[in-house]
Design a protein around this ligand. Structure first.
Ligand SMILES: Nc1ncnc2c1ncn2[C@@H]1O[C@H](COP(=O)(O)OP(=O)(O)O)[C@@H](O)[C@H]1O
Ligand SMILES: O=c1ccn([C@@H]2O[C@H](COP(=O)(O)OP(=O)(O)O)[C@@H](O)[C@H]2O)c(=O)[nH]1
Length: 247
């Protein structure tokens, strides 16, 4: 076992010495996280870190943890938090960017605590791709990426893990007002319309002295939202105004 001073030295080497912005991208298997992240990267210049891809790369690299990670993934179970958090932090350290999408992370409360303890980073917001299970199963089964865990038996297990461990985190971020929920059961382009509106509104801040511009910007973004889901982050007066005008 690692001595405590040794562990502290490793933790210190994993600290992140730059100001960065992090968005967690959450959703069940096949909800479209990877697909939407690629589009966000193209349009908004984030770096996409897929927790699953980092683990698959670790397996391929033949590292000492590789066999254990491989077995857990094929069982649809979660890898220990310190393993995935260290991979994420290393990837952030090695990347010359200050905006990151963490795709498929955190998966449970323990993941989140481990990440926060090590990095002291809070996500700017959490994008949640909300999709019915039957649609996700259809997508995963036709994904054709040769993934060993994309079989119906493991997919069912992954869904149970998602429901039991990950959905409580989604609720947690909703209660903090940080959740941006999108209906992911639509075409890729339709989903991205909603996603784009959310990211656009975080990139450009409204200018209080230019009320008209401010309204126009939000008004066009608003057209892409579903009323029940994504307007909670608009300023209060504007939200009430839009509700009166559009609904
Ligand atoms: N909105 C969508 N409609 C139909 N198929 C989609 C949609 N989004 C993604 N897909 C397809 O579904 C599969 C799973 O998407 P992916 O982005 O890999 O999901 P995740 O990263 O959440 O597991 C892929 O084959 C992808 O091309
Ligand atoms: O933070 C993470 C992310 C992924 N996984 C493992 O990696 C698998 C695949 O995850 P990925 O995000 O690639 O795929 P998805 O389940 O979203 O289709 C999961 O079932 C878990 O076994 C994990 O243990 N911790």
């Amino acid at each position: 076992m690692m001595g405590s001073s040794n562990k502290e030295a490793v933790d210190a080497s994993l600290q992140i010495h730059k100001q960065i912005k992090v968005v967690f991208v959450m959703g069940g298997p096949g909800s479209g996280k990877g697909t939407q992240c690629s589009k966000i990267v193209q349009e908004f210049g984030y770096t996409h870190l897929s927790a699953g891809d980092l683990l698959r790369d670790e397996v391929k690299s033949g590292s000492e943890n590789g066999a254990m990670i491989h077995d857990l993934m094929n069982e649809g179970k979660l890898v220990a938090s310190d393993v995935i958090v260290r991979l994420i932090v290393k990837a952030i350290q090695e990347t010359d960017n200050d905006k990151f999408l963490l795709d498929g992370f955190p998966r449970n409360e323990d993941n989140l605590k481990a990440f926060e303890n090590l990095t002291k980073i809070e996500p700017d917001f959490v994008l949640y791709l909300d999709c019915p299970e039957e649609e996700m199963i259809k997508r995963v089964l036709s994904r054709n990426q040769g993934r060993e865990d994309d079989n119906i038996e493991t997919i069912r297990k992954r869904f149970r893990v998602f429901e039991e461990s990950t959905l409580p985190l989604v609720d947690y971020y909703a209660s903090k007002g940080k959740l941006r929920r999108v209906d992911a059961a639509r075409s890729v382009e339709e989903v991205f319309e909603s996603v784009r509106a959310i990211f656009s509104s975080t990139e450009v801040r409204p200018r209080p002295d230019r009320h008209c511009n401010c309204f126009c910007k939000y008004s066009s973004s608003f057209a892409h939202y579903e009323v029940s889901t994504s307007i909670d982050f608009l300023p209060f007066q504007l939200t009430s105004f839009l509700k009166r005008v559009h609904v």
